[in-house]
Structure formats: C-alpha cells, structure tokens
Write a protein that binds this ligand. Structure first.
Ligand SMILES: Cc1ncc(COP(=O)(O)O)c(C=O)c1O
Length: 341
C-alpha cells in the first residue's frame, strides 16, 4: 500500500521501537517519568523555550495553549483555514468559550496589516476582546506553505503593540524551517507558545509538545489535566519522540524533494488544473472538470495508492518517511497512465 493521505500514517521503525522498549519510565502525573522529563527538556532546549509539556496530540497542545491564553468571551485571530479552527471540531468555542476572527490570506497565510485592522480593543464593549493571534507554519490547508521570518516578526510586533498573546501551531515547524532555512530557535522566540508534533513528519506514533515560558507551562500542565491528557508511564511514547528529534529532522528534506517532484509531475498532466506551489511535504492540486475527483481517487486505489480529497476536485498528497523512491516511481507511472474520462 502507498499511503499519501497524510504524514501521520507512518509506523515506528525497528530502531524507534527498540528505543521505546528500552525506555525508563515512571508515573508522569507525579513528574516521575525520566524519559518524559528528558523529552520535555530536550525540546525546550531545541526551541530555546524555558519549558515544555508532552501532550497526546497536536490538537490538545493547541487547545491547551488557547485555554491558557484566553478567557471565555475573548477572541482569537487566525486564518479561516487554520487547523485550530477548521480541523479541531469547534474546540476553541467548546473548551475555552472563545470567539474567532477568521482572516483571509493566500495559501492560509495571514499578514500583520490584516491582523492589526481586526483587533477589537478592550474599550469597545460591543465586540469580543482580542487576546490571541495564531499562525500555522507550515500551513496544512495552504499546501504546506511557509511564513517568511519577516512576516512572523511583523505579526509579533503587532501582538506586542496591542498586548496580545501569539501562538504558533508548529505541527510541521521543522518542515517549514527546513524549507526557509530559518533557525527554529530564532523563530520560536517570537511566540508566547509553540506546539510541535512528533507524530507527523518526524515519524513518532503519538505525541506533541507545547512549549513556552515556565509560568505558561505550569498553567498548561493544569489545563492538560482537566482535558484528560495527563498520562502515566508515558515514557514509552516519549522515547519515540526523543528518537524522532534525534534522527528524523534532517531527513525531512527528502520528503520535500519527493513532494516537489510530484508537484512538477502533476503540473504536466492534462487532467490537473492547478497545483499549489510546493514548499514542503504537502501537495494540493485541483483536477479539471473532465476527471471527477472520486473517479481519480478510485483509479489510484486500484493501484493501492491512497490520497485525500479536500473538496470535490481538490486532492492532497503528503510525503513522509514511509514513502520511498520506489513508491514514487510507482505513483508516477500510475498518474501518467490515468487519462481523462
Ligand atoms: C497544522 C496541524 N496542526 C495540528 C494538528 C493536530 O494534530 P493531531 O492530529 O495530533 O491532533 C494537525 C494534524 O494534522 C495539523 O496538520
């Protein structure tokens, strides 16, 4: 099976499983799990943040951050396709009682100028008070688009000016910095909080980290407990995370080059209308009306190739560490063999 639906589909390698098997563990709710503690310290160091918190999922890490940064009735500014809003089941409203202000923006990216004109000040009693701005880097629904450091910095300056918190959904932060050449530590310094996922491009089976200042993480630890995310002998999972950080960051560029190859190939096919620019490991493309999306996906399935539909004619491929050159060859051959209906 060739699975291009997401980079979340990877299975742990033998070496990662060995590291999990060998992990020393304890009860993390008591703070006793040495491997979880090691992972949190390692991640904090890697991103130049004071503290980190191991969470079961990226969704939980993001939603904990939102819960700590806002009060019920506050407003969060983000792109209309931000994962925190579009793909997290209404959790901002359900878990934190906060409202959202959804911005437009090419490939899911927002600008400082647009953020600034959408801020509701405390003095305006008619509007929900803006307290948090969120960006996603790389941007999933924007085809893995990346922010320039300049834009991230400009938004940070607006947040500072209006005393707003600034959260980064960095589920694929390492993909983004690999593509832009930025230093992840320098990037992370712009934010009050950052979430990163271990279970996407980095290939761990489970786990995300939330990072920030010591007081923020202290509060986040309490919220994680109330969300049911405090785990016991989580060191087995943390060991996979440590392995992922140690071994699977640099190799992300291989995923990017395979994604670029797919993007170029798709652009040359007559039944493909548009391909979003490929910067990282996500390829989003639209089929012409001559080839219905459902028929395309089912033709791929006949060859045991699986992809995701994002809309009637919009398809997503995501490359990852279990997607090899041999698989790429097979996908190429299959795509070239598909003809419009
Ligand atoms: C950008 C982004 N943020 C957050 C998440 C949430 O991660 P999880 O599936 O671990 O909850 C995802 C998952 O695909 C994502 O793509």
């Amino acid at each position: 099976m060739i699975d291009l639906r997401s980079d979340t589909v990877t299975r742990p390698s033998k070496e990662m499983l060995d590291a999990m098997y060998a992990a020393r563990v304890g009860d993390d709710v008591f703070g006793d799990d040495p491997t979880v503690n090691e992972l949190e310290e390692k991640a904090a160091l890697l991103l130049g943040k004071e503290s980190a918190l191991f969470c079961p999922s990226g969704t939980m890490a993001n939603q904990i951050a939102i819960n700590v940064h806002t009060r019920p009735g506050d407003e969060v500014i983000c792109h209309k396709h931000a994962h925190i809003y579009y793909y997290e089941g209404g959790a901002i409203m359900k878990n934190s009682g906060a409202s959202v202000c959804l911005l437009e923006g090419e490939r899911g990216l927002i600008s400082a100028a647009d953020v600034e004109i959408h801020i509701n000040p405390e003095e305006n009693i008619h509007r929900p008070v803006t307290t948090l701005v969120e960006v996603e880097n790389s941007m999933n629904k924007g085809g893995g688009a990346c922010y320039s450091y300049q834009t991230l910095m400009e938004i940070a300056a607006v947040c500072k000016k209006y005393n707003l918190k600034y959260h980064l959904d960095g589920a694929r932060l390492f993909n983004a910095v690999m593509a832009t050449g930025d230093d992840p530590r320098v990037c992370a310094q712009l934010f009050d909080s950052v979430s990163i996922c271990l279970s996407k491009g980095l290939g761990a089976p489970i786990g995300s980290l939330l990072l920030g200042g010591a007081l923020f993480i202290k509060r986040a630890r309490r919220v994680r407990k109330t969300f049911g995310g405090a785990m016991r002998q989580a060191g087995y999972l943390a060991a996979a995370g440590i392995f992922a950080l140690d071994h699977n960051i640099q190799r992300l560029k291989e995923d990017h080059s395979r994604a670029r190859y797919l993007g170029d190939l798709l652009s040359s096919l007559s039944y493909v209308d548009t391909v979003l620019p490929v910067q990282t490991n996500i390829v989003i493309f639209t089929l012409t009306n001559q080839l219905p999306g459902k028929a395309f996906l089912s033709k791929l399935k006949d060859h045991d190739i699986h992809a995701l539909s994002l809309g009637p004619q919009q398809i997503r491929f995501v490359t990852h560490l279990d997607f090899t050159d041999a698989m790429l060859e097979k996908v190429e051959k299959t795509l070239k063999g598909i003809h419009q209906l």
